[in-house]
Write a protein that binds this ligand. Structure first.
Ligand code: APR
Length: 243
């Protein structure tokens, strides 16, 4: 079997066709709010209500959203690959729940998740729906510091040890729907290259790290990703082909 161990990194672009906004586009989230107002630790001290309300709105927007063909293709790949004795490690920068709704398993949310709330005092996390507010009390330790379980800029992404070890064992690295401007995720392709893995990016347009990839396949993820998965499962994918 080619590519026994696969690592997939997804970004906001995989969820765009499901109606979840991306960050960097003319209508992206970072055109509506400033990162320094809602996605840095200091914002929680400066204007906690604005931070909570920003993520409350994103969380509410999740309710009626469903996975698209790209999410479902990754679930199919994970299932089939495991049946053949391989592995697919799914790492997402996204905080939505569409990979879970697509029934992918062991999804690594390196930037956190909207449907989780975190107590920085006792470091416990809880499944969470609804709205949070400044002063919400932690059910475990009673501290009034519950906050959205989102990794802010300047904070350490989650599960970096597991991600690093999966990258070091992979023979295929796939990146889907990310602009490649935020590290450490944007550097994962370099780790994959260092272990001679084949690397492919799927995007609407070349990402900032396009030169590091062996191949780029451009178009809507709901079309390009299912086609790619199909070719992998049929054994007809040719790494040397143009696309
Ligand atoms: N199919 C494929 N790619 C798409 C689609 C689509 N339908 N729609 C958009 N894209 C691509 C865009 O071309 C863009 O390169 O998805 C990418 C989205 O880029 P960003 O909005 O920057 O999102 P992302 O790369 O996930 O951001 C990374 O930045 O703000 C932080 O923590 C936040 O996780 C986020 C991180």
């Amino acid at each position: 079997m080619d590519f026994k161990h696969i690592v997939v990194l997804t970004g906001a672009g995989i969820s765009a066709e499901s109606g979840i906004p991306v960050f960097r586009s003319e209508t992206g989230l970072w055109e509506q709010e400033r990162i320094e107002d809602v996605c840095v630790p200091e914002a929680l001290y400066r204007n906690p209500k604005k931070v909570h309300d920003f993520y409350n709105k994103l969380r509410r927007n999740l309710k009626d959203k469903v996975p698209n063909a790209a999410h479902l293709a990754l679930t199919r790949l994970q299932e089939e690959w495991e049946k053949r004795g391989g592995t697919v490690t799914l790492v997402t920068q996204n905080v939505d729940d569409l990979h879970e709704k697509a029934l992918s398993h062991d999804v690594i949310h390196m930037h956190g998740a909207l449907r989780s709330i975190w107590c920085p005092r006792c470091d416990k996390r809880f499944p969470f729906e609804g709205d949070s507010a400044p002063g919400d009390v932690c059910p475990a330790c009673g501290a009034p510091d519950l906050r959205p379980d989102i990794v802010f800029f300047g904070e350490m992404p989650y599960s970096m040890g597991s991600i690093e070890s999966a990258l070091r064992q992979c023979s295929l690295f796939i990146s889907i729907g990310t602009s490649g401007v935020v590290y450490p995720a944007a550097g994962f392709v370099q780790v994959a290259r260092s272990v001679k893995a084949h690397s492919v990016e799927f995007n609407l347009t070349p990402s900032a790290t396009v030169s590091a990839f062996d191949k780029g396949i451009y178009g809507k993820a709901s079309q390009t990703v299912p086609e790619f998965v199909e070719s992998l499962l049929k054994g007809s994918y040719d790494p040397r082909s143009e696309n």
